[in-house]
Design a protein around this ligand. Sequence first.
Ligand SMILES: *Cc1c(COP(=O)(O)O)cnc(C)c1O
Length: 454
Amino acid sequence: MTRQKRFILQEDEIPTQWYNIQADMVNKPLPPLNPATKKALKAEDLYPVFCEECCRQEFDQEHAWIDIPDEVLDMYKYYRSTPLVRAYALEKALDTPAHIYFKNESVNPLGSHKINSALAQCYYCKQEGTTNVTTETGAGQWGAALSYAAKVFGLEAAVYQVKISMRQKPYRSILMRTFGAEVTGSPSMSTRAGKDIITRDPMHQGSLGTAISEAIELATTTPHCKYTLGSVLNHVALHQTVIGLEAEKQMDMAGEYPDIVIACFGGGSNFGGIAFPFMRHNIKDGMNTEFIAAEPASCPKLTRGVFQYDFGDEAGYTPLLPMFTLGHDFKPANIHAGGLRYHGAGVIVSQLLKDKMMRGVDIPQLESFDAGLLFARTEGIVPAPESCHAIAATIREAVKCRESGEQKVILFNLSGHGLIDMTAYEQYLNGDLMNYSLSDDVIKKNTEGLEHIL
Ligand SMILES: *Cc1c(COP(=O)(O)O)cnc(C)c1O
C-alpha cells in the first residue's frame, strides 16, 4: 500500500457549526471601550457599523458552538472541504523526522482563507436588509473574497485598497472589479478621513489603518451600508474555525494529533481558524499542543508590541481594543506580505498570548521567501507571501526536530497561494528584496502615547 498524501472530507462531513473559543477561555477578553467615555461597549453599540448578527457573535462569551447558516454551508460546498496534505517532499528536503501537515486553504477560486468569513458576513448583511457593503483591503485577498461574496448574495461592494498594495499587486484590484466591486486607493480624497491623512502626509502610501478609517466613514454616512472586516475581530476568527474543525477530523483520518500548530499572523483570523479548535483540547482535555503565530519582523506586534487599549485604525474611528499593538499610527515597511502589515492583534489572541496559551515568532522577509521557495520546489504550490511566514516557522521547528531527533507532528495553515504575487517572487529571485530592521526606539515612540489603562 502506498502512503496517503491528502486527506479529504466528504460534503456531509463539513462542520455545520463554528467554534467560539470565548466560551471556553479561562480569562475572557476585556471589552472594547468607547474612546470618549472609556465605558465598555456592548453589541448594540456596534450595530451602526456592522451587521447585527456579527456584533452579537463578537461579544458572545457564552455559546461555544454557533450554527453555520444553511445558505453559507451551501456556498462552503463550492470549495470545501479543503485538503489536509502531508508534506513528504518538504520533510525529505529538510531531512527531518518531524511529520509535517498543511491545511490547504489556497484551493478556492479566490486563493485564500478569507472567503470563509466573507460568505458569512455577506449572508447576514443580506438577511438584515443591507444593500451595500464596504471594506478595506491590503494585499487584496479580503477585497477579492468580499467582492465575490457580495455578488453571491446580491450586494454592492465598495473596497478601499491600501495604495502601496494596489501598486504592488495590480491584478487583485482587477479581480475585485471582475466580481463587480468598486475599488478606490487609500488614502483617497473621497472621505474626510482620507483627506485628513493626505493633508498631514501627502506621500502617505496607505496602510490597513487608513483604509479602515475610510471604509468605516463610508458605512456610517451611507444608508443601508455596512462595514465588513476580513481579520482582527472575534466574529471573523469564529467563521475561520471551519479550517481547524475540518483539520481535526482529517488529522484523525491520518491517525495523528498535532504537537505544534502554526499559522502566519496579520490580525489573527487564519491563526485563530486553525488553532482555536485544537486549543480547546488544551483548555478542556489536558492536551499540550504548542501554538505558534508567525509575524513579519518588520511588523512585530506579538513579539515586541505592548498590551494596551488602542484604536484599530489610523484615524481613531474604531473603539479602543485591548490588544498587543505597535501603536495605531505605526507605519510598517513595504514588505510584500501586505496582509500582515497591521499594527495590532485581535483581542482573543492578545488575551491568549498574555496568558501564554500561544507564542509569537517574528520572521525576516528574506527568510520567509527562502521558505516559500523551498515549499514551491518541493510541494509544487507557490505560497502567498503571508503564508511563507508560517512555512518559515514550520521549517524552524522541523530543523529543531532534526537536531533533537524528535518526531513531532507539525500542522500549519497554508492561508493562500501566491500566483498573483509573482512580482514579489521576481524581486526575490533577482536579489532585490531586503530585510527591514526596526529599532526599539521606534517602537517605544509609537506606543508611549497610548493610554495606560491596562
Ligand atoms: C489576509 C491574509 C493573511 C493575514 O490575515 P489573518 O487575519 O492574520 O489571517 C494571511 N494570509 C493570507 C493569504 C491572507 O490573505
